[in-house]
Design a protein around this ligand. Structure first.
Ligand code: AMP
Length: 276
């Protein structure tokens, strides 16, 4: 497995491999089975797979969240080399950003305004900026994203379409712990009891899915809000019922929908969703 810390060197390597399919898997490291499922899919579909590990400072709206973000480079590299990922790109901030670089404001309407866009101001501007930089450097034929970050996935699909980029966006299902908790790098900040309590997020999503025919969205919101109020561990940030075609809140179940949750447990912010 080749490890690059400079875009120039990575580009030199890729230039020796023109006309080959290139799969790109952007991550912030602290890798788990969810990330690995993306890399494995890339290895299956593409001739060269490049995984990036970069905790992008520009997508954090709270400094503490950024400084607390788990880092485990050695085990990440072990994970990736075991599954024979071709290349890892681990840039420093200065390899990607100019000093005091201003981030462009991408206003994609509701897509960037609700949920993560509402509660993490500037988050998607940072995500779009870094993904565009990676795409410029790597020029992949395929890019891999998890459904776990559903809004991010929709935004990337939108940008690829809007800019007519010749890239296939591959989306993969959320990998979960045994108790249903979506795997996340942030789970590393939770102890065993907290992980157990955090499964309320998934059980709430499943409850809504199962009650779809019986309860109205309002009734579900009320019930889930009450369940979270009873939990001494979790604080609900949002529960949204989304129309996936328009990517906006929905009040009925007419077409492709998703239910999305964000909750805080201590200082750890967890998100999850279920696509119906
Ligand atoms: P992150 O390192 O959190 O920025 O995530 C990198 C990529 O891995 C994103 O496309 C995520 O959606 C995806 N991912 C994160 N957690 C999971 C999971 N539990 N299952 C599948 N994909 C995931």
């Amino acid at each position: 497995m080749l490890i690059f810390t400079e875009k120039k060197k990575l580009r030199e390597y890729l230039d020796k491999n023109t006309n080959r399919s290139i799969g790109f898997i952007p991550t912030m490291g602290a890798l788990h089975e969810g990330h690995i499922s993306l890399v494995k899919k890339s290895l299956e579909l593409c001739e060269i797979s490049v995984c990036s590990i970069f905790v992008n400072p520009k997508q954090f709206n709270r400094k503490k969240d950024f400084t607390n973000y788990p880092v485990s480079i050695q085990s990440d590299l072990k994970f990736l080399s075991e599954i024979k990922c071709d290349a890892v790109y681990m840039p420093s901030s200065s390899d990607l950003y100019k000093k005091n670089e201003k981030i462009q404001d991408y206003n994609l309407g509701r897509l960037t305004k609700i949920m993560e866009g509402e509660f993490r101001s500037g988050h998607f501007n940072g995500v779009i900026t870094v993904v565009k930089k990676f795409l410029d450097i790597i020029q992949p034929t395929h890019i891999f994203f998890g459904e776990k970050d559903l809004q991010q996935l929709q935004i990337i699909k939108f940008i690829v379409k809007q800019e007519a980029l010749n890239i296939e966006v591959i989306q993969l299902p959320t990998i979960r712990e045994k108790n249903g908790l979506a795997m996340s790098s942030r789970n590393k900040l939770l102890n065993d009891t907290e992980k157990e309590k955090a499964s309320l997020i998934y059980t709430s999503l499943i409850f809504c899915k199962n009650q779809k025919e019986k309860l109205s969205i309002q009734e579900m919101k009320k019930k889930i809000t009450q369940d979270f109020k009873k939990s001494t561990y979790l604080e609900l940030e949002y529960l949204e019922f989304i129309d996936l075609v328009k990517f906006q809140e929905t009040t009925n179940w007419e077409r492709e929908n998703a239910i999305c949750i964000s909750a805080h447990l201590n200082n750890v912010r967890l998100i999850d969703n279920i696509i119906l």
